[in-house]
Design a protein around this ligand. Structure first.
Ligand SMILES: Cc1cc2nc3c(=O)[nH]c(=O)nc-3n(C[C@H](O)[C@H](O)[C@H](O)COP(=O)(O)OP(=O)(O)OC[C@H]3O[C@@H](n4cnc5c(N)ncnc54)[C@H](O)[C@@H]3O)c2cc1C
Length: 410
């Protein structure tokens, strides 16, 4: 696996007994693993949530933090995925109102025909996404008034003549993941290193783990196993079972966090070549800008100079009135998207997900690909499949707040 060291564990002790048995063992406590833990708890089924690091300490803390239908799918034509995301967006607004905020995103256009096309596409997007629980009064959608557009410093001296506003939901990804875990009664085994699997006739039987805090060994047995290891899936399957098969393609994306720019009050989503979107989102007292797309081999990668340069270049080309290179960068982060393996550029690859039953170990399911937005839905399907128990409360039961505080500034 990667040479970049896994984040160090915190001090403190884990009180979980040295040997335990659960119905379902979940490896990987990102949004998928945490959502599955909640689904199993809602069905009254025992589980353990294992992670080598912290809950929500992987890709699920480096996303663009949007719970969305995916406005870019209007361009790629993936309408099914878009409509699924729009339904899920409303579910998140219902079950996690304290971790979500509705926003009117401005999509600027360069000339009249493009503006007309945006209004048509965005009209459909907002029509299909008309279910918006908690939508704040006064947040306007549709054509942005010319005076409001001109008053935004991003419109000055650039290629854009106007904008159309569409609805989407922003979130706090790591806090949302932790809320999902806190809404479960999963046995918490964070900062535990999986060491050795025991196999039986049914497939996987038990796993020996080392607590990275103090070296304590624990043995976890389960009837069913789910690996939700995000971009580390292929590396782990190779280390643990000697598998060479690649199930995923990995693509890194970076975000830069600038000081706020006066007058930049609405989030912007600018269409870029290759089906990509450049986001400029005022949030948490800063301006979040992203994202890029670079195919990589590992779940941990450093930011490449070219990536930072590409983002700054795109900002300068599209929003030239703002002196981007003179603004201090307050934070930068890189995340690695796990994408379903297929040919072609990663920017064009589906952000969809699949559940894969392991061919040699029949009680093991792998979660591959996916998004924050659809993680609850996919894990509800998996929990129903594993237990035979559907659960309507999944779409209505509010999440607990892991820290007792709504929203989070980072
Ligand atoms: C730049 C970027 C922007 C994105 N923007 C959005 C967005 O706006 N909206 C959206 O819906 N989606 C977005 N995504 C996608 C989304 O973030 C991911 O699909 C999602 O977070 C993946 O969650 P996961 O649970 O599958 O993986 P992860 O969150 O990576 O969880 C996997 C977990 O497995 C653990 N692990 C790894 N190896 C081991 C091991 N050997 N033993 C034990 N544990 C292990 C890791 O520590 C980690 O916690 C974005 C992704 C990126 C990279």
């Amino acid at each position: 696996m990667s040479d970049i060291p896994w984040p160090a564990p915190p001090s403190g002790i884990c009180t979980v007994p040295p040997s335990l048995e659960v119905e379902v063992a979940i490896l990987g406590a990102g949004i998928h693993g945490a959502a599955l833990a909640r689904e199993l708890t809602l069905r009254g089924v025992s589980c353990a949530l294992v992670d080598r690091g912290a809950v929500g300490g992987g890709t699920s803390q480096w996303s663009s933090q949007l719970l969305h239908g995916g406005i870019r799918y209007l361009l790629t034509g993936d309408i099914r995925q878009m409509r699924e995301g729009l339904v899920e967006r409303a579910t998140w607004a219902r079950i996690a109102p304290h971790r979500c905020r509705w926003e009117a995103f401005w999509m600027p256009h360069r000339f009249g025909v493009e503006g007309l096309a945006h209004r048509f596409g965005i009209g459909l997007y907002d029509h299909w996404g008309a279910e918006r629980p908690g939508w704040p009064q006064g947040l306007e959608l549709g054509q942005v008034p010319r005076t409001a557009f001109r008053a935004d410093p991003r419109s000055a001296g650039g290629p854009f003549r106007g904008a159309t506003a569409y609805a989407d939901l922003i979130t706090w990804d790591r806090a949302l993941t932790r809320d999902l875990a806190a809404s479960s009664r999963a046995v918490p085994l964070d900062f535990h290193e999986p060491e050795h699997f025991e196999e039986g006739q049914e497939g996987l039987k038990a796993l020996t783990l080392t607590d990275r805090r103090d070296g304590t060994r624990r043995r976890l047995s389960a009837r069913r196993w789910v690996f939700a290891l995000g971009p580390w899936t292929d590396g782990a399957m190779s280390t643990w079972f000697g598998e060479t098969r690649k199930r995923l393609r990995l693509s890194s994306g970076i975000h830069l966090w600038f000081d706020p720019v006066p007058g930049c009050a609405s989030p912007w989503a600018i269409r870029r070549p290759g089906g990509r979107i450049l986001f400029i989102i005022p949030r948490d007292g800063l301006l979040q800008v992203g994202t890029t797309e670079r195919e990589v081999e590992e779940g941990w990668v450093p930011i490449a100079t070219g990536e930072r340069e590409e983002l700054l270049g795109a900002l300068e080309a599209n929003l030239p009135a703002i002196p981007w290179r003179q603004l201090p960068i307050r934070g930068e982060e890189v995340g690695v998207r796990p994408l379903l393996s297929a040919g072609g550029a990663t920017a064009r690859l589906s952000r969809g997900a699949m559940l894969q039953r392991h061919d040699r170990l029949p009680n093991l399911t792998l979660v591959l690909g996916g998004k924050l937005t659809t993680a609850r839905l996919l894990m509800a399907q998996l929990a129903t499949e594993l237990t035979g128990l559907p659960c309507e409360a999944s779409v209505t039961e509010p999440l607990s707040l892991w820290d007792g505080h709504p929203a989070q500034i980072r």
